[in-house]
Unconditional design. Structure first.
Ligand code: SF4
Length: 725
């Protein structure tokens, strides 16, 4: 029973899910409009536009027509988001595992006292790095910021990273190297609407963020994907490479661009450096060799370059398909090289960008919950950055820990000699979403203490020692930063249910019990944001000029947005980066000298197929939220495996059968879905499902040497019939 008496009757806010952060209006009351199907952009990208949908008796959602990113549309997940507020198994009280192994309800004091006592004991016995923190790309900026501060100041640990490492870290590393600064899209989403050609490398927005397609309906799309996705169905050209060969394809497209005389020589001379070194590698990637390695026909390669070359406005965009590899940084860099050769980045109406996935994947990486970074997107090893942030935090810079382990390495070290003995998880579900999930689950089980803060009993919460029930999107204030670097206000419509607390309150309460000054941790989101602004001042992601007042007045503010004391008007933010210069000291963008290499494992006699993983429209990330929404669960109720009919026949499988997919790490169970458009050497599994349906039971632990991104997109597997054990 929700108390509807408190709070506003209507708020403008944003969808709780992906990085598009579609604008919505939420209303309390009994509005009853129920349109769910009407205008669609096209059959393959279902985006409804009309009226409002009542999902629960208490809360209705409708698109905010004034927000330019979703242009009045929402996808199925956005429309049904209010159902999250009333899930039957919503966590409403802390849970503590007893000596008998059962999780039982306790009051907050009991739960927090138990957590603090265990943390103090482990820290005293093993040192501060015995305690680790794992954050999430869905946390608000305020939470991400205070979580990083809590780890480094109160816990004194270097062991903090977040699940965004599994999302966009390769593109971030490539963007930082190329441009001196990484912002997913260094231009507003709306700029895409005027493009003539858009190359999408490993991105499927028609399914993962359908309203984005409204900005792509004018462009010729070139889609690079081993699968014939919904986006590929809309494309002018679909290139279907062998999994793990996107880098070779990007080198080949650069080769054809230069050899065909399409490189922008004036731009190369004026705005870039390092072309010759990059070209030395690309020169060897003749189209025939590219076809041999990738399977993409020479004619299709040529057509792709022709579409890019004749466009007066063009974009190259990468997604997880190109980035989630043990060579993901080099692959993203190879696509940046292609964009640079064509003279696209830093030109209004053209560019390179990464389609960030998680709701606050962008902001989450800027405020200090990443192992190697401090707020303002600063390097934790930079003495000036340490001095600045330490001054804001009121601590000695020498007392701040250095860089810690990356996300997978941290999970892999849990409970080992010298590894963390306790883990605090905020807003993540690594039991389902981490690679090599069976191994990660065993490592979580080896901990002395696992604490999970969440609003539903996720698979990770179910194995925790302490579960802390926290508020969710429509119950909290804060900010998020969407994929175009625009800072957005999340607004509270409802009070959380009794017994539920905000994450900021949890950090403050824990700090007090750990002997730190609780005043370091504001519980008011605006106060937390004001401190974040100061901590970010002067950094690459400078938020110092952004305020709740300006956001609430409707200003569209993209970082960097520095404070300009005494100057009016205030800084307008930076919707378009790099128009005059790139962020390197010489103002130039840098080509990367990259070379193709095979994935960590390739099919062989024992494991004859590639498995690749991804998302479906009706589910989101680990599915902990969307699997609890009836309409979404009905649309995508269980794990499935997409497989070519010939491949299925060889394995003795028919459409609808239960298949066992096995890699060197483990087996997963999935319902067969025949797809004649899929490569015969590849199967696809969505990763949203729990238990034996976890696609990540298959994925491995090969990491990109720079971004530390795991190779989610390529595993060698075999497929046969599922036999119940
Ligand atoms: Fe929400 Fe993303 Fe769907 Fe928009 S596209 S409604 S932000 S899940």
């Amino acid at each position: 029973a929700r108390d509807r008496s408190a709070g506003p009757s209507s708020v403008a806010t944003h969808c709780p899910y992906c990085a598009l952060q579609c604008g919505t209006r939420l209303d309390r009351g009994d509005a009853t409009t129920d349109a769910t199907t009407d205008t669609t952009t096209n059959a393959a990208a279902p985006v409804t536009t009309t009226a409002a949908v009542t999902v629960t008796a208490a809360v209705t959602v409708r698109p905010d027509p004034g927000f330019p990113v979703n242009r009045g549309g929402l996808c199925q997940k956005g429309w049904t988001a209010p159902a999250l507020l009333d899930t039957a198994d919503r966590l409403r009280t802390p849970l503590l595992r007893g000596a008998d192994g059962e999780l039982r309800p306790v009051d907050w004091d009991t739960a927090l006292d138990a957590v603090a006592a265990a943390l103090l004991r482990l820290r005293a016995a093993h040192g501060p790095d015995a305690v680790a923190v794992f954050g999430g790309g869905g946390l608000t900026n305020e939470k991400a910021y205070l979580l990083g501060k809590f780890a480094r100041v109160t816990l004194g640990t270097s062991q903090i990273d977040y699940n965004g490492r599994f999302c966009m870290s390769s593109a971030a590393a490539a963007g930082n190297a190329a441009f001196g600064l990484d912002r997913g899209l260094p231009f507003p989403v709306t700029d895409l609407g005027a493009a003539d050609t858009v190359l999408l490398a490993g991105a499927n927005p028609a399914e993962t963020m359908p309203p984005l397609m409204r900005h792509l309906d004018r462009a010729d799309l070139i889609v690079i994907d081993p699968r014939r996705t919904r986006t590929a169905e809309l494309a002018a050209l679909h290139l279907q490479p062998e999994p793990g060969t996107d880098l070779a394809l990007a080198l080949g497209l650069l080769h054809l661009t230069v050899a065909g005389g399409h490189a922008d020589k004036e731009y190369l001379a004026a705005r870039t450096s390092g072309f010759d070194d990059a070209w030395r590698h690309a020169a060897a990637w003749w189209p025939e060799r590219v076809e041999q390695v990738t399977g993409v026909p020479v004619a299709a390669q040529r057509e792709a370059v022709a579409l890019l070359a004749r466009a007066s406005r063009a974009y190259v965009l990468t997604g997880r398909g190109a980035e989630q590899h043990s060579k993901g940084t080099d692959t993203a860099a190879a696509f940046v090289n292609l964009a640079l050769a064509l003279g696209l980045p830093g030109r209004e109406g053209s560019g390179y960008g990464c389609l960030t996935g998680q709701g606050n994947g962008q902001g989450g990486r800027e405020h200090g919950q990443k192992a190697d970074q401090l707020p303002g997107y600063r390097q934790i090893t930079d003495p000036a950055a340490r001095a600045h942030v330490a001054a804001v935090w009121g601590v000695d810079p020498d007392a701040l820990p250095g860089p810690g382990r990356s996300a997978y390495e941290l999970l892999d070290a849990l409970g080992t000699d010298g590894g963390p003995r306790a883990l605090l998880v905020f807003g993540a579900n690594p039991v389902v979403s981490a690679p090599n999930a069976g191994h990660v689950t065993r490592r979580l089980g080896a901990l002395d203490l696992l604490v999970v803060a969440d609003f539903v009993p996720s698979e990770t919460a179910r194995i925790a020692d302490v579960v802390l029930p926290v508020a969710q999107w429509a119950e909290e204030d804060g900010t998020l930063t969407n994929l175009e670097g625009r800072i957005l206000r999340r607004r509270r419509l409802l009070d959380p249910p009794p017994g539920v607390r905000d994450d900021l309150w949890v950090l403050r309460a824990l700090a007090a019990r750990l002997g730190d000054d609780p005043a370091r941790y504001p519980v008011d989101a605006e106060r937390a944001f004001d401190e974040l602004r100061r901590a970010s001042r002067g950094g690459p992601a400078d938020y110092s000029g952004v305020s709740y007042r300006r956001l609430d007045a409707g200003e569209a503010l993209h970082w960097p947005c520095p404070e300009t004391p005494g100057r009016r008007p205030a800084h307008p933010g930076t919707p378009r980066l790099f128009l005059d210069r790139f962020a390197h000291p010489d103002g130039r963008a840098r080509f990367a000298a990259v070379e193709h290499r095979p994935p960590a494992e390739r099919p062989d006699e024992r494991w004859p197929l590639y498995a690749t993983t991804g998302r479906v429209l009706a589910q989101y990330q680990s599915g902990a939220q969307t699997r609890r929404v009836a309409e979404l669960n009905a649309a995508a109720p269980e794990a499935h495996v997409e497989i070519h009919p010939d491949t299925a026949r060889r394995a003795g499988l028919e459409d609808g059968d239960l298949a066992r997919i096995t890699s060197a790490r483990g087996s997963t169970r999935a319902r067969v879905r025949l797809d004649p458009a899929l490569r015969t050497d590849t199967v696809f599994l969505p990763f949203h499902f729990p238990g034996t349906g976890r696609a990540n039971l298959l994925t491995g632990d090969a990491l990109d040497p720079r971004s530390r991104m795991p190779e989610f997109k390529v595993s060698a597997v075999r497929v046969d019939r599922w036999e119940e054990p």
